[in-house]
Design a protein around this ligand. Sequence first.
Ligand code: GUN
Length: 292
Amino acid sequence: MAKVIDGKAYAEGLRGRIAKAVTGLKSAHGLTPGLAVVLVGEDPASKVYVANKAKQTVEVGMNSWEHKLPAETPEADVLALVEKLNNDPAVHGILVQLPLPKHIDSMKVLTAISPAKDVDGFHVVNVGKLSTGQDSLVPCTPVGSVMLAKDVLGKLDGLEAVVIGRSNIVGKPVAQLLLAENCTVTIAHSRTKDLPGVVRRADLVIAAVGRPEMVKGDWLKPGATVIDVGINRIERDGKGKLVGDCDYASCEKVAGAITPVPGGVGPMTIACLLYNTVKAACAAKGIAQPEM
Ligand code: GUN
């Protein structure tokens, strides 16, 4: 049976270190990092995420602002709000919750965020810096996924890593991070030929394809480490249930270590967002980033 990777515990530890760093920044530099979150519309999952972000931001001692706009808000108004936040020196991080309503061009909004405040790491400037090996704000779920992989495996040098999924939010950036850790990286996706055969090569599997329980235990090399990024709501036996992109029951029999859903990668995302906000605040103030 696989070792269960406890992302909830790891994230709690990280948040504790962030809270300590924030206390230090306040006393030594009079700096309180601040995060502004923008939510447009009523998507129920997004509302839950945004509420959790705000709660945890305050818990680590940072300033938090929530901007909730109606679904029909014109694109120009969202862009104007982003510009206002760009110019507010108390705001060190700006996060616009995705998905945005269909009449709003997400890429246009993400590109309007100042790269220095882009704590999601989605701005093309930060994407470009990540892919050219420069220091940047890095997307939160990918960083959290790699932290968990390193926590179990130590160094990732030379490992065969297979990423399933090619999204801008997870698949592509996590592949870049693994490359920077000296993995041999394959990006597979829903159209990959013989996906089970490709996954079977992997020492490290990152599943971020958004299909409930797609990866089966017999796709895995025995002993592989499995990081399951998927969060899918399904109905089973008449009840709602959260499942990952991996079929946990069969995968845990073959994997060496595996993240559960919930309680694996999920809690790492917000912790890494708080980390990025501290990083952005220190850079804005021109001071060294504390150990976290
Ligand atoms: N929606 C789902 N995940 C994310 C995320 O990491 N950042 C933002 N901004 N929106 C999301």
